[in-house]
Design a protein around this ligand. Structure first.
Ligand code: 5GP
Ligand code: ZN
Length: 113
């Protein structure tokens, strides 16, 4: 999708701090980190929200989440990690290319929740 920020990140038009990449999946640091290491995981194919994901895309995408979560754990040493996804404006979605937030947690006062 030509006017999608995350499609532009995937094709390199907008720079990003890459955390993980394979043929179908891209993970990068959120530009506005709610905690240190806040990472977004997206399918390379443009799908707006969870309702549009095929079984194949969903499994290909989620298959990589444990690996990415472990990389975050190694790099930042959090004491917890939230995996979140917003669908629709009223649920807090602001970029309409499906993404999961991986948010490392550091205890009280870490700025989230
Ligand atoms: P949502 O609110 O849709 O669940 O999450 C969208 C996320 O994308 C937000 O946390 C926001 O900070 C992040 N974001 C928006 N634009 C950019 C960008 O250009 N680069 C990166 N790395 N993150 C972005
Ligand atoms: Zn897109």
């Amino acid at each position: 999708m030509s006017d999608c920020i995350f499609c532009k990140i995937i094709n390199g038009e907008i720079p990003s701090a890459k955390v993980f990449e394979n043929e179908h999946v891209y993970a990068f640091l959120d530009i506005s980190q709610v905690t240190k290491g806040h990472t977004l995981v997206i399918p390379k194919i443009h799908k707006e929200n969870v309702y549009e994901l095929t079984d194949d895309i969903a499994s290909t995408l989620f298959k990589e989440v444990p690996k990415i979560a472990n990389a975050i754990k190694e790099a930042y040493n959090p004491i917890g990690l939230n995996v979140l996804n917003n669908n629709g404006e009223h649920a807090g979605q602001s970029v309409f290319h499906f993404h999961m937030h991986l948010i490392p947690r550091y205890g009280e006062g870490d700025g989230f929740g």
